[in-house]
Structure formats: structure tokens, C-alpha cells
Design a protein around this ligand. Structure first.
Ligand code: ZN
Length: 313
């Protein structure tokens, strides 16, 4: 049975784009509930300026608190080398930095143009390389607005592939593809994934970050796993989006994604009934936020037994 890693991004992508500020205890309760359900990779926060995103001010404490879950890959987002230093100090297992392919979006999001971002990426890689082997976290560059930009419009596919190659030439192990604005479609996803694979090699791109802004999220996810992508980002209840891409809201819904993969016979290691309980618990912590997803609304079919459920340890 083919395994797909579901990387839960709600505590970062979700929380950074909603008005509610969840306490450190609340975030740890969220992480705990999903860990119990079998989720083994969670993006728990980002090391950004607390002035810009007060929701993320406690990321170091959240990383520390999440370390009790022995099998959990604790992922964080950083906007620059300073954030990367903080992430290393906190002991994150996986560090991602977004590189927006739309330069206008990049300037708005992190106030840096492309040459400046490539410098930041190289500086992050140098910091990561200083960590001794066994303790060294994975470092990845997320190619954001890769499917289109709210401000610039179309993003040239050849440019996406060129930038992937430039980033990987800096010594970065892997890039990810992000549909930050939810403009992508399955044919475009296939062209981008196979284009980067042909140019740079399949091991250099194994994960995608999809949004459901125009209802294409699961269609894109399906195309991705059929092609051979093995990590998918999603958010519990579809919480979140991008505050700097107006109109972009909602990651793909973790519960619906697990339902699709499970039903098709992919292994996710996630117990869907437990995940739905986690959703219920987290929704109570964020009572004013909107929660998305069809599986939670409709309930599980009577005959659904989850092909991949294994007892959470
Ligand atoms: Zn996102």
C-alpha cells in the first residue's frame, strides 16, 4: 500500500490568516489531538516578526511543547535567515522558507525581491549546514504563487522551473510547489511537477501545498499523488489562506483529503474518526472561525472502515 504523508499546516497557515489568536496551550492541544489521530508531520508555526503576525509570537514555545510527541516531525516556516536561526535554536525538524515566484507578491509578503530572497535562502542553507549531521533539520524552499498570483496574474511555467533549478543549485535539497492563491488546475500541476522533475530530478520535489479557493484542491491533490508526489499539505477544517493574496482562502481540508486517500487504498496512518474528533475539539477552541469540509458535515459512510487505520501510539 502506497504511503502518503499528510503535513498538517493549520496551526501555521490556518492561524496566521484568521483574526483569532490561539493560546500556546490551545495550539498544543490541537497538535496533541492530531497526533493521537495519527498525524506525524505538523507545521506548528512560523518565526516571523511578532509585530507583523502576533498569532505566531509563541512559535518557539509551541516547538518546545510539541517535542513530547516522539514520532512527530515538527515543521516551521521562516521568512529569512534570522527566522531560520530562531528555528534552529528552537530545534525544529523541518524548516521551510517561501520564495514567491511573483516578485510583487514577494515584496509585499517578505519585502524582498528575487535576488535578495536567493541570498536569504543561501544564508539559511549555510546555517542549516553548520548543524551536525544527526541533528540537522530538513530545509526546503516552498515555491509560492507557482500557479498564479492575485496581483501579477499568470506566472510563466518556464520561469517556475528555472527558479526551482536556481534554488536547488544553491545546495538546497528540495523545493515544494505551492498554489498559494488557489488558481491551479490538474493539467498545470502535472506540467509543473514533471517539468521540475525532468530538469532537476524527482527526489528534489516530493511535496505540494494546495489551496481550495476555486474548488480545485482535491482534484489537484489527486493528480499529484497519481504522478508520484508523496507529501501533501492540508489544514484541519480548511482553516487559513494567505493574508497577502486577497481572495485566497482555505487550504485543502485534511479530513476530506484523508477520506479520499483512505477510500482509494493509500496509506496515511491517520484514523479518520479520531481526526474528526480532533476537528471538533479544535473548532471549540476557535468558536468564531469558519470551518470547511464535506466529510465532517456528511459523516462517514456506514461501511467506511478506513483501510489504513493503525492504533495511535
Ligand atoms: Zn497555504
Amino acid at each position: 500500500m502506497k504511503h502518503i504523508t499528510i503535513s498538517e499546516v493549520g496551526p501555521r497557515d490556518g492561524l496566521q490568516s484568521v483574526a483569532s489568536i490561539l493560546s500556546t496551550e490551545g495550539k498544543l492541544a490541537w497538535i496533541d489531538a492530531e497526533y493521537v489521530a495519527g498525524v506525524r508531520e505538523i507545521e506548528v508555526g512560523s518565526f516571523v516578526s511578532a509585530k507583523l503576525l502576533p498569532q505566531m509570537a509563541d512559535t518557539a514555545a509551541v516547538v518546545e511543547g510539541a517535542r513530547c510527541h516522539k514520532e512527530l516531525v515538527i515543521a516551521v516556516l521562516v521568512p529569512n535567515a534570522r527566522g531560520c536561526e530562531a528555528a534552529l535554536e528552537a530545534g525544529a525538524h523541518k524548516i521551510s522558507i517561501p520564495l514567491s515566484l511573483s516578485e510583487t507578491h514577494s515584496l509585499k509578503n517578505v519585502r524582498r525581491n528575487h535576488p535578495q530572497m536567493l541570498e536569504e535562502i543561501a544564508a539559511c542553507q549555510a546555517l542549516v549546514d553548520q548543524v551536525p549531521g544527526a541533528a540537522r533539520p530538513d530545509f526546503e524552499v516552498g515555491l509560492s504563487t507557482a500557479f498564479g498570483c492575485t496581483i501579477e496574474g499568470a506566472v510563466e511555467e518556464a520561469f517556475v522551473i528555472d527558479m526551482a533549478a536556481r534554488v536547488l543549485d544553491l545546495g538546497v535539497a528540495e523545493v515544494g510547489l505551492s498554489d498559494t492563491t488557489g488558481m491551479g488546475n490538474p493539467a498545470q500541476l502535472e506540467r509543473l511537477v514533471t517539468g521540475i522533475w525532468r530538469r532537476c530530478g524527482e527526489p528534489r520535489l516530493t511535496g505540494v501545498h494546495l489551496h481550495n479557493t476555486r474548488g480545485q484542491g482535491l482534484a489537484n491533490a489527486l493528480r499529484a499523488v497519481e504522478l508520484g508526489i508523496t507529501t501533501l499539505d492540508s489544514s484541519l477544517g480548511g482553516l487559513g489562506g494567505c493574508p497577502f493574496a486577497p481572495g485566497a482562502s482555505g487550504n485543502i481540508v485534511t479530513e476530506d483529503l484523508v477520506f479520499m486517500l483512505d477510500s482509494m487504498g493509500y496509506s496515511t496512518g491517520i484514523d479518520l474518526p479520531a481526526l474528526l474528533r480532533a476537528r471538533h475539539e479544535v473548532a471549540q477552541l476557535l468558536p468564531t472561525e469558519e470551518w470547511f469540509g464535506f466529510t465532517a458535515a456528511a459523516g462517514l459512510p456506514k461501511h467506511f472502515h478506513g483501510t489504513t487505520f493503525k492504533e495511535a501510539s
